[in-house]
Design a protein around this ligand. Structure first.
Ligand SMILES: [Zn+2]
Length: 306
């Protein structure tokens, strides 16, 4: 049992096999599959789920079924990305502002609760520190957030890389998803803003030992993101729990428990074998109660805005 909500999931995917998951919903949405996933949440007493979107109508349909499980479910219907950039896996593309505005309106017509946007590529799991493609331009990031806000929607943004995250934060984005490779200036801007950060740490840590990527590169990514999360807590950044459940090796329900366990370990325990080194003594730590409190406060903001 866990007393937190899942702030980032994709009901379309299953954490095991993307192709099979899509196959299941390709012709028409499979209610039994959605129900099985909601059962995993309800079983663990997770009663808040915020989806990151999909292009098959799964998260739209899920909104109709969530109530049967006592789950408050929030959906962007689909995520929106700029044509030619990352995001096809979870959503729809636009090539000019007219198309973007039309997609935002479609989200409203289909009962979406907020707007999910893609501002950058994903981290390169084989190359510690790299993002798969250059991010959108500052003006584009600003305009996408501005239009969604004008329409009365909160904005959840998939974004990696210090420059792009900082641009999103300064443009008033409501939540930063992943947020890998932030630098000190970016973390400080985040701390001073009203933006909530959902680091989805298990999208790195759960891959270790999976055999798909080089474990040394994954351990490097884990160390890098871990240090930023720790610094984020130290600076007062609002950090919420979200696992990106549905992503490879991140299971619905269990993913949130995994994410909590990773953050608990990161923030309350020194690294094994380093207990006596001076490096550890300088590390910022929290008690479990403090961590729980911080995570709850951030989740409260997510629940209020989204
Ligand atoms: Zn996601």
């Amino acid at each position: 049992m866990i007393m937190f909500g899942e702030c980032h999931a994709h009901l379309l995917m299953d954490g095991v096999n993307y192709k099979k998951a899509v196959e299941l919903h390709k012709d028409s949405v499979n209610d039994a599959d959605i129900r099985a996933k909601f059962s995993e949440y309800a079983k663990r007493e997770i009663f808040y789920v915020r989806d990151g979107g999909d292009s098959y109508g799964v998260s739209q349909r899920a909104a109709d079924l969530a109530g049967e499980y006592g789950i408050t479910y929030r959906t962007p219907v689909f995520a929106i990305h700029k044509k030619g950039h990352y995001g096809g896996i979870v959503g729809r593309a636009f090539s000019d502002w007219k198309e973007y505005e039309a997609l935002v309106k479609e989200v409203r017509e289909r009962g979406g609760n907020f707007i999910k946007v893609m501002f950058s590529g994903i981290m390169d799991f084989s190359n510690c520190g790299a993002v798969t493609e250059p991010p959108l331009l500052q003006e584009e990031i600003r305009e996408m957030i501005h239009i969604a806000h004008e329409e009365g929607f909160a904005v959840m943004a998939h974004v990696n890389g210090a420059g792009a995250v900082k641009n999103a934060v300064e443009a008033g984005v409501d939540s930063v998803e992943h947020g890998n490779f932030m630098d000190e200036a970016c973390l400080q801007a985040l701390a001073e803003s009203g933006t909530v950060w959902v680091p989805t740490f298990v999208t790195i840590t759960n891959l270790i030992g999976g055999g798909r990527f080089d474990d040394d590169a994954l351990r490097c990514l884990k160390r890098e993101q871990g240090e930023r999360i720790r610094r984020g807590f130290e600076l007062g950044v609002k950090i919420a729990l979200g696992s990106d459940a549905g992503a490879w090796r991140v299971l619905h329900g269990q993913g949130l428990l995994d994410e909590y366990k990773e953050l608990l370990h990161l923030m309350t325990e020194p690294e094994k074998g380093e207990e006596n080194s001076s490096k550890v003594l300088k590390k910022f730590v929290l008690t479990k109660a403090e961590l729980d409190q911080r995570l709850k406060e951030a989740e409260k903001i997510i629940r209020r805005k989204f």
